[in-house]
Design a protein around this ligand. Structure first.
Ligand code: ADP
Length: 643
């Protein structure tokens, strides 16, 4: 029964399709790469079945991709003998494009901006099948799925919908028939009907496809004629004929030695395969022999994909057993903390028939995973020393991942990851590794000092850090959410303990000043109690501080929860009342003029003194980057004291 009724594309797919059809994207030629790559994926699937189940009745060498051109009809057909699609799959796979729902179109009208948007979207998503519409005004997909009798043809001339109709097709597989658009003033689509151009594109983008890509190539040869020349020799003439040729070299990039494939070629392969616009910061090529033999090519990206920190990001390396893809995303090959690494592992020691469940326990796989982990770490360390600036860029994108890696698994990966951390150091005015901080420490410095806050400029003015700064010690500024937890998890680095500049005892003060402070506190006890009462339970304690020099107050905490942690817990969803709160401590500088004013007021006008206390507390909140609970009250207090 023919279903000729036109079906509509899903809304999001429609927008993507529209983008393809009207694209001013200059690299329209990538459509061929996308269609060939789909053909290769489909063959991978059937090839895997053929090698693991006898009933398919095909050998690896039977698989191929064929490209035929009909200049008169203006069509290019890409045929594969892969797994094929059932009529339902044609509908499901081509009527709605995965991921397209998350596309954020801005509806740019400015041509330049639109072109930029095109590139971003095409780059981010690897638009796949729909890219055929960049060069075609009609696309037909004739397919017969393995194990099914009924073939069908999916057909669409673009935005107004598609049809799926039963048809005849003898062999299993898929033909993608692209009807090439007529030329326009700006675009020469006819070039795609030239075999030399297609050959060029196959070499450029699809050379590493592991199945032969065959094409009829027009050639010419000399043939003798019956005519003779004046010396009586038979004249020759040239005739053209066609011959099928395999265009691609078929040797996958990871099977080639370093001398055969340049880093530039690998970077290009990376960008084409993983849809990145930037070169990777590191390309790792491994050819291992021994306990387990395998080849691998790994890439460490510079930029995080737009969905990296969401559940949509799919981690994992492609796993091949002797050149046959057995798993598209194998997550057992790398620890979670290195999930940004992309690449391929191919081992002749893995069994084709291994199931996903078995794979996790596979001894060979574990050996490979251990090696890859070591290699990724050592390459990152190398990058850190050889090119700190580039490492900094990498870290901006993936530092958070490394930090969460330290916190996860009960700190199991701490040893692996601590050397890869960089933090902003106040003296160096840039992010440096912990090892560099420690080696720069003066001999008398016992601790690695850190301060937590939202921004470097705020931390640069943190009052309680003054004594550390005065000693000339550098302070690490922790501005990422997990930083403080990371430092707590580490505890020490190269045997040097971490210490917050908020700590009661900074390890700097001498005994004399400590005794002096105690004495002062005794002396002012009543005033301090008054201040605490005036704040009505907002703080757990009010103390005098010997950390403050030019500032009158600062806010610190006692107990295990810091202000930064409190901010973090508050940002999590959940009931506000049940959230962990830091125990706040208001520290006052008894040597500051403000303290004298507070004391005077306390002696003469308790109401005024209470206002001062509140103002000082609000001030400390502001400096710590916290919100004032009642800004209107704050404004009123200031006004009362002005007039
Ligand atoms: P992607 O390949 O990224 O999944 P595409 O838009 O390129 O997205 O293709 C959508 C789906 O259509 C594929 O996932 C695949 O299931 C199916 N498909 C496309 N081309 C073929 C083909 N030649 N043979 C079998 N299935 C195909």
């Amino acid at each position: 029964m023919a279903t000729k009724r036109k079906k509509q594309f899903k809304t999001e797919s429609k927008r993507l399709l529209e983008l393809m059809i009207n694209s001013i994207y200059t690299h329209k030629e990538i459509f061929l790469r996308e269609i060939i790559s789909n053909a290769s994926d489909a063959i991978d699937k059937l090839c895997y079945l053929a090698l693991t189940e006898d009933k398919v009745g095909m050998n690896r060498s039977d698989f191929e991709i064929k490209i035929t051109v009909d200049k008169q009809a203006r069509t290019i057909t890409v045929s594969d003998n892969g797994i094929g699609m059932t009529p339902e799959e044609l509908e499901k796979n081509l009527g709605v494009i995965a991921n397209s729902g998350s596309l954020k179109f801005k509806n740019e009208t400015d041509e330049e901006k639109r072109a930029e948007e095109d590139i971003n979207i095409i780059g981010q998503f690897g638009v796949g099948f729909y890219s055929a519409f960049m060069v075609s005004d009609k696309v037909e997909v004739v397919s017969k799925a393995y194990g099914h009798d009924q073939a069908a043809v999916w057909s669409s001339s673009g935005i107004d919908g598609y049809t799926v109709t039963p048809c005849e097709k003898e062999t299993v597989g898929t033909d993608i028939i692209m009807h090439i658009k007529p030329d326009t003033e700006d675009e020469n689509y006819s070039e795609f009907l030239e075999t030399y151009r297609l050959r060029q594109l196959i070499k450029k983008y699809s050379d590493y496809i592991r199945y032969p890509i065959k094409m009829e190539i027009e050639k010419s040869r000399a043939v003798e004629t019956e005519e003779t020349d004046k010396d009586g020799n038979k004249k020759t003439k040239y005739e053209t004929y066609t011959e099928e040729e395999t265009i691609n070299s078929m040797i996958p990039i990871w099977q080639r030695s370093k001398s055969e494939v340049s880093d530039e070629e690998c970077a290009k392969f990376y960008k084409d395969t993983y849809y990145d616009t930037e070169d990777p910061v590191r390309i790792i090529r491994i050819s291992a022999e021994g306990l387990v033999s395998y080849k691998a090519i790994l890439f460490i990206p510079k930029k995080a994909p737009y969905n990296y920190y969401t559940k949509d990001y799919e981690a994992g390396l492609q796993l091949y057993a002797s050149g046959v893809l057995i798993m598209e995303r194998c997550t057992d090959l790398l620890p979670e903390c290195f999930r940004f690494v992309r690449g391929i592992v191919d081992s002749q020691d893995l069994s084709l028939n291994i199931s996903r469940e078995m794979l996790q326990h596979d001894r060979q796989l574990k050996v490979i995973a251990r090696n890859l982990e070591k290699r990724v770490k050592s390459e990152l360390k190398k990058l850190m020393t050889e090119d700190p600036e580039l490492y900094g860029e990498f870290f901006k994108n993936f530092g958070l991942q490394l930090k969460y890696g330290i916190l996860g698994d009960y700190g199991m990966k701490r040893e692996l990851l601590q050397d890869l951390l960089i933090f902003y150091s106040s003296n160096d005015k840039k992010a440096i590794p912990l090892s560099e901080y420690v080696s720069n420490m003066p001999e008398d410095q016992k601790y690695i000092y850190f301060a937590c806050g939202d921004s470097i400029s705020r931390l640069d003015n943190l009052p309680q850090a003054e004594p550390v700064r005065e000693k000339g010690y550098s302070i690490l500024y922790l501005t990422d959410e997990p930083d403080e937890f990371v430092v707590n998890m580490l505890g020490t680095f190269e045997e040097k303990p971490f210490k917050s500049v908020n700590a009661d005892d900074l390890g700097i003060e001498d005994q004399e000043s400590r005794d002096g402070l105690k004495k002062q506190e005794k002396e002012h006890k009543k005033l301090l109690d008054f201040v605490k009462d005036s704040l009505g339970g907002s703080v757990a304690a009010v103390k005098l501080s010997n950390k403050l020099k030019s500032h009158p107050v600062c806010l610190t905490t006692q107990g295990a929860i810091s202000l930064e942690m409190e901010k973090y817990f508050n940002s999590l969803p959940g009931d506000a009342n049940e959230k962990l709160k830091a125990e706040r401590v208001l520290e006052l500088n008894a040597d500051h003029r403000t303290f004298d004013a507070l004391k005077n007021a306390w002696e003469t006008d308790k109401d005024k003194a209470s206002k001062y206390a509140k103002l000082l507390y609000f001030q400390s909140l502001l400096i710590a980057g916290m919100e004032i609970p009642d800004p209107a009250e704050y404004a009123k207090l200031v006004n009362d004291l002005i007039v």
